[in-house]
Ligand binder design. Structure first.
Ligand SMILES: Cc1cc2nc3c(=O)[nH]c(=O)nc-3n(C[C@H](O)[C@H](O)[C@H](O)COP(=O)(O)OP(=O)(O)OC[C@H]3O[C@@H](n4cnc5c(N)ncnc54)[C@H](O)[C@@H]3O)c2cc1C
Length: 476
């Protein structure tokens, strides 16, 4: 049993905070001192954006739908939390993805032949996309943090490399589907750093695909997806995504206090003090703040930090899950689901065909659809009205022959952080400002990646930062 070391508070019991807590309690170096960890969660249970509603035989995700199995940190933590046999892979059918373009649901082509035959793009647009291989590499890639004027939006990148039609038809709905945000605002370097790396290392995306394909063949990994290749297979847990934060919390030796929001955070001579409700907790040698920036900006002690956190934009998403008898939906729903570009001006960002993606999420003979809307006005509508509007759109998209047999509405007022152009420069300024209050580290999806995988990967960096601070404190 390792020695109990100094006390560390983790604000926020979402998956990011719990992963950091787990990393602190289970260092790679078994001789490293283990701090006494306390997790402070505002809600009545852990999980944050990972929430699963179980209603009879329906299992409905309120937030995240799954994660790609290409990030070893997520699988490692899941297995360490005892969930190895709970992992489930999405069905093979879910590899087919669709877009709603020019009034019709159309499949996204995944092979060169299907691309040439597809009516998703005009011939000039296809030729422009093929011309990507000739587009020169940008000279100033990778400098967005220190030179914000070199930061580029996802739309600018797409338009520069693959043409405007690609940016409007593919990238716009992808960014809306992932963040609820706007690809003409989102920073490529902050939200999709891998794209910057690929252009930087290989000179372009087609060149990168060719080089990485060769490399995979050399390594004998012929079929991406089956190998957990660069994109990976969409994965979840039998019991739904909330299984992960629950298991991480249950596996901690430290205390997890739910039902109390942190209201105040103060540095003191012996360490950090935290106020939640009528309790003042501390002193803590270090604090990891994994609450979203829109919450953290209210209680940080430093005015510049508060201002920088408050400047991170969040988009609303209303998730409406609707179940129908199978025969009441005309469309075959034979794939993952569908996204809609903003140019179509439809009320839904996209629809996940949940019962086609996962087994055992809906009773036999029924289908479960999870619809996402970015319409802010829907946040305050009664549930029945949200369901009525959603079903009107589903009828338009897929053809309905009957009423839903079940529905659930989950409004997320501040759903997902939008990493606008300048985000990396903002993070650099935050680092400088936080240096004035040592022992306070930010974690979670507001900063270094919005996906579950990004949070799980970043947890090791955050835990190392905390350990370095504890080490320096002990040596002082
Ligand atoms: C609708 C939706 C769909 C998504 N789909 C996917 C997906 O399919 N795949 C994917 O990888 N990611 C998806 N995401 C993103 C993913 O859910 C997040 O990246 C991840 O869950 C963020 O974890 P986190 O711990 O950083 O933040 P959160 O989950 O937000 O957790 C932060 C915690 O801090 C708590 N908190 C807030 N204020 C305080 C306070 N003052 N004191 C104490 N505690 C506080 C909150 O209650 C919360 O529990 C989705 C998100 C949403 C909203």
């Amino acid at each position: 049993m390792p020695d109990v070391g100094p006390r560390v508070a983790i604000i926020g019991g979402g998956v990011a905070g719990l992963a950091v807590a787990w990393r602190l309690e289970n260092p790679d170096d078994p001789t490293a001192p283990v701090p006494e960890v306390t997790v402070l969660e505002a809600a009545s249970e852990v999980g944050g954006n990972l929430r699963t509603t179980v209603d009879g035989e329906f299992r409905v995700e309120q937030g995240a739908n799954g994660f790609l199995d290409s990030e070893p940190a997520t699988l490692e933590l899941a297995r360490a939390a005892g969930l190895g046999d709970q992992l489930i892979r999405s069905s093979d059918a879910a590899r087919r993805r669709f877009l709603y373009v020019r009034g019709k649901v159309r499949e996204i082509p995944t092979s060169p032949g299907a691309f040439l035959a597809s009516d998703l793009f005009s011939w000039p647009a296809k030729l422009r996309m093929l011309g990507e291989i000739l587009v020169p590499r940008r000279a100033d890639l990778g400098r967005a943090a220190e030179a914000p004027d070199t930061d580029e939006t996802v739309w600018e990148f797409g338009q520069r490399r693959l043409g405007r039609a690609f940016a409007d038809t593919m990238l716009d709905p992808m960014v809306r589907g992932i963040t609820g945000g706007e690809c003409r605002r989102v920073s490529l370097a902050a939200a999709f750093p891998r794209m910057v790396e690929l252009e930087h290392d290989h000179g372009g995306l087609f060149r990168a695909m060719i080089a990485l394909g060769r490399q995979r063949r050399r390594e004998g990994k012929a079929r991406e997806g089956e190998t957990g290749g660069p994109s990976g297979v969409l994965t979840s847990f039998r019991g739904g995504m909330q299984t992960l934060p629950r298991a991480l919390a249950d596996g901690l030796r430290g205390e997890v206090r739910t039902g109390g929001a942190v209201e105040r955070l103060e540095p003191g001579d012996e360490g950090w003090w935290i106020t939640t409700g009528d309790q003042r907790l501390g002193p803590f040698a270090a604090v990891v703040d994994s609450a979203p920036a829109h919450a953290a900006c209210h209680y940080h002690p430093d005015a510049e930090v508060r201002e920088l956190l408050a400047g991170i934009r969040y988009n609303p998403i209303v998730v409406t899950a609707v179940a129908f008898r199978r025969e009441d939906v005309v469309h075959p729903l034979d794939g993952f689901g569908m996204l809609t570009p903003s140019t179509e001006k439809r009320p839904l960002l996209g629809v996940l065909w949940t019962s086609s993606i996962w087994q055992a999420r809906a009773p036999e003979g029924t289908v479960l659809l999870r619809c996402m809307s970015g319409e802010e006005s829907w946040l305050d509508l009664p549930d029945e009205e949200v369901v009525r509007r959603t079903c009107a759109e589903l009828d338009h998209l897929y053809g309905l022959r009957g009423q839903p047999i079940r529905s659930w509405v989950f409004p997320w007022r501040e759903a997902i952080a939008e990493y606008e152009v300048g985000h990396l420069a903002r993070l650099a300024r935050l680092e400088d400002a936080l240096a004035r209050t040592p022992g306070l580290v930010l974690a979670g999806s507001s900063y270094h990646g919005i996906a579950v995988n990004a949070c799980m990967k970043d947890a090791s960096r955050v835990a190392d930062r905390v350990r370095d601070h504890l080490h320096a404190r002990a040596a002082a």
